[in-house]
Write a protein that binds this ligand. Structure first.
Ligand code: NAD
Ligand code: WQD
Length: 355
């Protein structure tokens, strides 16, 4: 049989129903891309995609599928003229990855390898990969730049990111048809300013920001501050928080970069400004107009004192500059939380079914 390819240029977005993926798809649609999302909805629900289309007033194509599924991916690549792939799909909970490492290696590493092999089979050589500041381990220089040494990474989640990065570097070295933009996100937070899409954590959040917002809602009693004896100005951990909509425009910039056939390049996406846990609690308190209770606890195993980004390479080479400050991150997170107190409606139904 002869497959007639749809002539429009498409980008494939794996994990596009998730937190960062959904915000990026909004920007891609705005920028005129035709978007195909593949997501197995292990940590997302279809409602995010319904809302993206309303917000953008443009349609997208959705496959409820696993990136490990060679047959479905092959079908998609046969059907559409795909120009490039934005690869978000991954399991991402650091703590969980130490408990079920095999699941993390299988999903993240084998899933990525499967995707890359199918891309190669269909002569699709442009990829943007979601990596993380975690690949730097405990950096010896702050702010951390892309020349800093990578690792050692102690948790399986971080190891999957480092291994996929290394795979992409080897692939680009071996064959100059391949082009990969690796984006190392620092601490993503906030939500779309419309309050219509945002992060939808399942169960008790692991990350500070969603945890704090659930304390404000009264769903959790207080914030646990994991250590006030770090070598930072107030003793609590300092991180580089970045608005998810700034990350989204970073991906559009990465696609522009891919058009110049750069080989394998890695960029930090952060603001360069670090905030402590105390400062985060104060900023969220300002955004929602409520006091936020907290308790000082022991350090969380594996945490480091301070991580901030030197993002000047992305500023220069991608012409990408973050626009949102901490107060806007907190206001947008709080708007999303107020409008959607239990996240997307589908997840309320799912939670009820589990009871
Ligand atoms: P998310 O969980 O909201 O999004 C990931 C999406 O991938 C989910 O929708 C999930 O259902 C999907 N998915 C997972 N495994 C899949 C599979 N095998 N097949 C198809 N779909 C699958 O997470 P996010 O915060 O949006 O993160 C997106 C990417 O960015 C991930 O690769 C993550 O590791 C990376 N990252 C996230 C952060 C962060 O703090 N949020 C920081 C650095 C890097
Ligand atoms: C931020 C600060 C904590 C929760 C993680 C991953 C990283 C990346 C982003 C995926 C730290 C403190 C936290 C709480 C607290 N994800 N904290 N109480 O650890 O910088 O990065 O998410 O790639 O790989 O490791 O983010 O939000 O968990 O913590 O005091 O309940 O808040 O100690 O200083 P982290 P985080």
């Amino acid at each position: 049989t002869i497959t007639v390819k749809n002539n429009e240029r498409h980008v494939l977005v794996t994990g596009g129903a998730g937190y960062i993926g959904s915000h990026t798809v909004v920007e891609l649609l705005k920028d005129g891309y035709n978007v195909i999302v593949v997501d197995n909805l292990t940590n997302a629900c279809e409602e995010s995609l319904v809302r993206i289309q309303k917000l953008s007033n443009r349609p997208l194509k959705f496959y409820h599928a696993n990136i490990l599924d060679e047959k479905i991916l092959t079908e998609i690549f046969e059907k559409y003229n795909i120009w490039g792939v934005l690869h978000f799909a991954a399991l991402k909970a650091v703590g969980e990855s130490t408990k079920i490492p095999l699941e993390y290696y299988w999903n993240n590493v084998t899933g990525s390898l499967n995707l890359f092999r199918i891309m190669e089979k269909f002569d699709v050589y442009n990829i943007v990969f979601s990596s993380s500041a975690t690949v730097y381990g405990d950096p010896d220089m702050i702010p951390v730049n892309e020349k800093s040494s990578l690792g050692p990474v102690i948790n399986p989640y971080g190891k999957t990111k480092l291994f996929i990065e290394e795979t992409l570097r080897d692939m680009c070295n071996a064959d100059n048809k391949w082009n990969a933009v690796i984006l190392r996100y620092f601490n993503p937070t906030g939500a779309h300013p419309s309050g219509i899409i945002g992060e939808n954590p399942r169960g008790v959040p692991n990350n500070l920001m969603p945890y704090v917002s659930q304390v404000v809602q009264g769903r959790l009693p207080f914030v646990n501050i994991y250590g006030d004896d770090y070598d930072t100005f107030d003793g609590t951990g300092v991180r580089d928080y970045i608005h998810v909509c700034d990350l989204a425009t970073g991906h559009v910039a990465a696609l522009r970069k891919l058009k110049t056939k750069p080989g394998c390049v890695a960029y930090n996406l952060g603001t360069g400004v670090g905030y402590s846990v105390f400062q985060i609690i104060k900023a969220m308190s300002r955004a929602c107009g409520k006091d936020i209770p907290y308790k000082i606890q022991q350090r969380r195993p594996g945490d480091v004192g301070i991580v901030t980004a030197d993002a000047s390479l992305a500023n220069i080479e991608l012409d990408w500059y973050p626009k949102y400050n901490l107060d806007q991150m907190c206001q947008d997170l709080w708007r999303w939380t107020s409008i959607n107190p239990m996240g997307y409606p589908e997840s309320i139904i799912e939670k009820k079914n589990k009871l």
